[in-house]
Design a protein around this ligand. Structure first.
Ligand code: ZN
Length: 283
């Protein structure tokens, strides 16, 4: 069934596990992620960035994920990842997305608050949870490599003020992770996670998790992270399976065949991540 992220994240927070949020790029991704969720009996969030939406439209992704959700017993949520403005978030809500993120993290503090509050108010009226971001996750949200260097962490006291004034229902925090492919080994600032979790009573979200060692992610969950985002490594997994098949069968012109190999790679990696998150059996 298609549900909101509210109950699943509150349950994760209460029982100290993480719900995986996986970026889906096409039908094969949706089916492969669903298979992993079913085989591990995990609640699952499927999400799309504005860049992905540009390739097909909100309605296409809603249709695919709704069909997936209707075939299964595990709770499935459809989330707008890195919503880039009020209008995009309203379009996602209208389309039927069951969770949205408004990303005002590139704005000044007061502007981020004003933008987030607008979306959080609308979400509250519609009963849809709204994730916001304070501090910076490195790299680029939609594409491209992670950028080294500047990576300001979220300030715990600012986080408290931000949540109080906006009414957002979950918060993505800057704790040392970045989007894209890491150059070195990333390092999550666990003391920052702990400090924020001790002051806030809403679920915290980790972005840019592809490439972060599982042990660090597990510790971050212990320290208060409830939603864990994976995008890059699903893209890598699909492409790896697809290209391996085509290299071995260059005469193939049926996309279903390499597609199946790509899907199997996605399902494998998603199951490994779900086990590490502790979401297995929580559906
Ligand atoms: Zn992100």
């Amino acid at each position: 069934m298609l549900v909101t992220t509210k109950e699943m994240l509150l349950d994760a927070r209460k029982n100290h596990y993480g719900v995986g949020a996986f970026n889906v790029e096409n039908l094969e991704f949706v089916m492969a992620v669903l298979k992993a969720a079913e085989e591990t009996k995990s609640p699952v969030i499927m999400q799309t960035t504005p860049g992905t939406i540009k390739t097909a439209g909100l309605d296409y992704f809603y249709g695919m994920v709704k069909a997936a959700a209707e075939r299964t017993e595990v709770p499935v949520a459809l989330h707008l990842d890195h919503g880039d403005g009020y209008n995009r978030c309203m379009q996602a809500l209208r389309c039927g997305y069951t969770s949205v993120m408004i990303d005002g993290s590139h704005e000044l503090f007061e502007d981020n608050i004003a933008l987030t509050k607008l979306v959080a108010d609308a979400g509250a009226a519609m009963g849809v949870p709204v994730e916001a971001e304070l501090g910076k996750v490195g790299g680029k949200e939609d594409d491209g490599p992670a950028v080294e260097g500047e990576n300001p962490y979220t300030d715990p006291d600012e986080a408290v003020e931000f949540v109080e004034r906006t009414g957002c229902t979950s918060l993505a925090i800057g704790v040392g992770t970045a989007h894209g492919v890491y150059v070195g080994t990333p390092h999550i600032q666990q003391d920052v996670v702990k400090a924020i979790a001790s002051k806030l009573d809403i679920p915290l979200v980790l972005h840019g998790t592809s490439g972060v060692p599982d042990a660090q992610v597990a510790e971050a969950i212990k320290n208060g992270i409830c939603k864990v985002n994976y995008a890059t490594e699903l893209r890598q997994a699909f492409t790896k399976g697809f290209m391996r098949y085509m290299a071995e069968n260059p005469e193939c012109f049926d996309p279903k065949k390499p597609g199946r190999e790509g899907m199997a790679e996605i399902t494998d990696i998603v199951k490994i991540r779900m086990e590490n998150l502790g979401s297995v059996g929580r559906a």
